[in-house]
Design a protein around this ligand. Structure first.
Ligand SMILES: Nc1nc2c(ncn2[C@@H]2O[C@H](COP(=O)(O)OP(=O)(O)OP(=O)(O)O)[C@@H](O)[C@H]2O)c(=O)[nH]1
Length: 297
């Protein structure tokens, strides 16, 4: 029987400036693709809880949007607030940086780190370092910045050192009963993940022309036996953006939809029938382009 004296559960925030690899790290730690990653900075806009549970431990990860101070619009100030809040609410903080880089934005986050809870410095992307010897002086330099509970170099993309990181986090998890069922990977629902996966492909497979204002809406999400029937809309501002997304002969949209569907099937463990429309925000739905991707042969 599980009692609170032999079980550990804790909230872990993953913070770091945009593009350091927070989403990749979260995905690697919980071994499922639930958080979106992209080459473009700042694709994470939501708090995503990824949950890892075993017999005696439950790790509840909070993936925060990249902290940044380059733009001051409403969305970004909200993001900065989310980072500050999530640091307050958790038991452990993972501060993610890139190997050999520590810029002004990293310094800004450093200032927000709490003194009263363990902060683990995760130095990511060590696979990019040709000469690993350069890491040692960098580690020393970092250790002088803050009293970190631990400093660990990893490669989130190559899954190097992630088991070691898990063991370190485990040692700081407070005694507590599990808060979620064992099967729960995330407390976000499937509809949300379907939108996130499609949004990731949209950013990955279209150029810089598509602004962050492009959004994805799930119009329909129906369970039909084991099949999930999903109808989604990509919403853009201008006709030329719509044309870019669709691509020549619909090729680009087809690739986006197919890749998104495959990721959805992997995550849900079942077949998906995905229909994607591209709409212009001022809403003439009649003009929508339809693309159907069959989820089964
Ligand atoms: N070489 C290498 N690239 C990585 C590694 N981890 C992440 N990346 C790449 O870095 C880019 C950003 O990764 P994300 O996981 O989206 O970064 P993020 O910090 O969540 O970014 P935001 O959502 O913008 O805050 C992607 O192109 C990843 O493939 C790593 O260990 N090595």
């Amino acid at each position: 029987m599980i009692t609170h004296t032999n079980h550990h559960t804790g909230y872990i925030a993953i913070v770091g400036r945009p593009n350091v690899g927070k989403s990749t790290l979260l995905n690697g730690l919980i071994k499922q693709k639930i958080s979106i990653t992209s080459r473009k900075a700042q694709t994470t806009r939501h708090r995503i809880n990824g949950i890892l549970t075993d017999q005696q431990f439950q790790f509840i990860f909070v993936d925060t949007p990249g902290f940044q101070n380059q733009y001051t619009n409403q969305l970004n100030s909200t993001m900065n607030r989310v980072v500050t809040q999530s640091i307050q609410d958790v038991d452990i903080v993972l501060f993610v940086i890139e190997a050999m880089r520590f810029d002004n934005r990293d310094h800004l986050i450093l200032k927000l780190l709490p003194a009263n809870k363990p902060v683990i410095l995760v130095i990511n992307k060590i696979d990019k370092l040709a000469d690993k010897k350069r890491l040692l002086p960098f580690l020393e330099e970092m250790s002088r910045l803050f009293t970190f509970a631990a400093i660990i170099p990893v490669s989130a993309a190559k899954k190097n050192q992630l088991p070691v990181l898990i063991d370190i986090i485990r040692s700081y998890l407070p005694e507590n009963l599990p808060l979620f069922d064992e099967d729960t990977i995330t407390d976000r629902n499937e509809r949300f993940h379907a939108a996130e996966l499609l949004r990731e492909k949209l950013f990955r497979l279209t150029g810089e022309e598509i602004p962050y204002s492009a959004s994805v809406v799930i119009d329909q999400f129906k369970l039909d036996g084991h099949l999930r029937r999903i109808s989604a809309a990509i919403i853009v501002e201008k006709a030329n953006q719509k044309a870019i997304i669709i691509g020549k002969n619909g090729e680009n949209l087809k690739t986006i939809a197919t890749q998104a569907r495959k990721d959805m099937e992997r995550l849900f463990g079942d077949k998906v029938f995905l229909e994607v429309w591209v709409k212009i925000r001022n809403g003439w739905a009649d003009n929508a382009t339809i693309l159907k991707t069959l989820g089964y042969d």
